[in-house]
Write a protein that binds this ligand. Structure first.
Ligand code: HEM
Length: 476
């Protein structure tokens, strides 16, 4: 009997051990094992909490969870990834100061599929290329000084063509045309209006599709974005070809980012392939065009409702204008005088952020606020954990640019519309110039009223007024 039972018991014990091992392994894979993970919910199978993340108000998504789980951090599953959302000013500080030590940049799968250069397997940008994108030669203030006059004259031309003499205009599409024209001029070195018109609608589809489910069949957001990316890539590849020919035949002047990318070589002397250049330019144009257009559109919306604020901006802009000779273009010193106008833009971006936040990926296990974030998890930060928090911005729903009169009154890391640390938005100064140049030109010409003061806004990733923000113009 003993002889008969022993192998059976052994066999059963083996099965139990195997099952226990399998369960522990599966549990570890799903939940990170015994680690002290942040509190939160992974939501529905596969979808996680993506629907709420994409289609609920961003501040509602984070505030609800910060209240329920922890004001510092919570876990969730969004866009197919186990994600820790790091919250509040301490979270921002921690994130901006540990770049490449604890985490590295991560783009959601939708973005990776739209931009080849964002793919996880894509080679890291070469030093040369990183220098070009963040180069003092292009996006730093000392270089932007040289662009300012041209920025002003393009803005004036657009005002003459699309705004002057009209009773009503739709701000949102005009802001997009303006910002894409500026970006095409300074990044690509092209002014061709037909080309710009072809690009506008495609860029909108990409911006919306960057944070979407990667369901690729007719009718989906992602399908539209894929088609748009292909159309833009085709257009940009022909721009690259034309520019390359111009450089080699006539030594065209290098006054745009594209020219620098074309002539730059890696350490082995190889030039970047055309397809790669057009993909990178597509990334830069996407980052730089709709964000600035959003800030301009919502400036018109908020200021259109507040004659008291309009009057203060007008006084400041008229001071600038009256100190200039007839026809003289804006200069760097003029921009420095636009302090109140920029505070208004800050308040616009606090209430309607042009960019919500971005992702990182943990490159090692690390601890934050007493919780462990396992290697490979994604980390998300968003301006929404602080922007509308009454602790930092009393009466957060009230549009009040005087909050920024004393910069010290804003607690550190609570207002970070351009991010912070090594990955701070490289286009920050460019954006400031483009927005203030627009404000100067619109204020000098018009007073305006919103046609629909309560117009519905859709889309949090690229907030857009439902009817395009029609305004009635009155020439000054
Ligand atoms: C109001 C306008 C803008 C806002 C609010 C804005 C905001 C931001 C934010 C929050 C980030 C993410 C930083 C991070 O990941 O921590 C970012 C990244 C970036 N922005 Fe902007 N941006 C604006 C305009 C621009 C413009 C005009 C350009 C181009 C000239 C630009 C180019 C970029 C690029 C290339 C990145 C990625 C940087 C990297 O990953 O290292 N942005 N921006």
């Amino acid at each position: 009997m003993e002889f008969f039972l022993t192998p059976s018991i052994l066999f059963i014990a083996l099965i139990i051990a195997f099952l226990a091992y399998f369960l522990v392994f599966a549990f570890k894979r799903q939940f990170g094992g015994a680690k002290n993970l942040p509190p939160g919910s992974m939501g529905w199978p596969i979808m996680g909490e993506t629907i709420e993340f994409l289609f609920g108000k961003p501040e509602n998504f984070v505030f609800k969870r910060m209240k329920k789980y922890s004001p510092d951090i919570f876990k969730t599953k969004i866009l197919g990834e186990k994600t820790a959302v790091i919250c509040g000013p301490n979270g921002h500080k921690f994130l901006f100061s540990n770049e490449q030590k604890l985490f590295t940049v991560f783009r959601p799968h939708s973005m990776q599929k739209l931009f080849r250069s964002y793919q996880a397997k894509a080679p890291a940008p070469s030093e040369n290329e990183a220098k070009i994108l963040r180069s003092p030669a292009f996006l730093k203030p000392e270089a932007l000084v040289r662009y300012l006059g041209k920025m002003d004259s393009i803005t004036q031309q657009q005002m003459q063509s699309y705004w002057e003499g009209k009773d009503t205009v739709k701000v949102s599409p005009l802001a997009k045309t303006l910002t894409l024209s500026l970006a095409c001029r300074f990044f690509l070195g092209t002014d061709d209006p037909e080309r710009i018109a072809r690009l506008v609608s495609n860029f909108d589809d990409i911006t919306v599709g960057m944070h979407s489910f990667t369901l690729n069949f007719p009718g989906t957001i992602f399908y539209r974005a894929k088609k748009a990316a292909a159309a833009i890539r085709k257009e940009l590849t022909s721009v690259v070809k034309e520019k390359r020919d111009a450089i080699s035949t006539s030594g065209a002047p290098m006054q745009d980012i594209l020219s620098h990318m074309i002539v730059a070589t890696d350490p082995s002397g190889t030039h970047m392939p055309e397809a790669e250049i057009s993909d990178k330019m597509m990334g830069l144009l996407t980052a730089g065009y709709s964000t600035v257009a959003t800030a301009i559109t919502f400036f018109m919306k908020y200021v259109g409702k507040r004659p008291d604020i309009y009057k203060k901006i007008l006084d400041e802009q008229m001071d600038v204008a009256s100190a200039k000779k007839d026809g003289e273009l804006l200069q760097w010193e003029d921009i420095q005088k636009m302090k109140y106008s920029w505070n208004v833009v800050y308040e616009v971006m606090r209430l309607t952020p042009p960019l919500q936040g971005t992702f990182r990926e943990a490159i090692t296990d690390f601890t934050y606020a007493g919780y462990t974030i396992p290697k490979g998890w994604k980390i998300y930060w968003t301006v929404s954990t602080t922007n509308k928090n009454p602790e930092y911005f009393p009466n957060p729903e009230i549009f009040d640019p005087s909050r920024y009169n004393d910069e010290k009154a804003i607690p550190p890391y609570t207002f970070v519309p351009f991010g912070g640390g090594p990955r701070t938005c490289p286009g920050k100064e460019y954006a400031r110039l483009a927005i203030l140049t627009f404000i100067h030109n619109v204020m000098k010409r018009f007073k305006w009223e919103l046609e629909f003061p309560n117009e519905k806004i859709f889309g949090d990733m690229m907030p857009t007024p439902e009817k395009g923000l029609p305004v009635r113009l009155r020439a000054l």
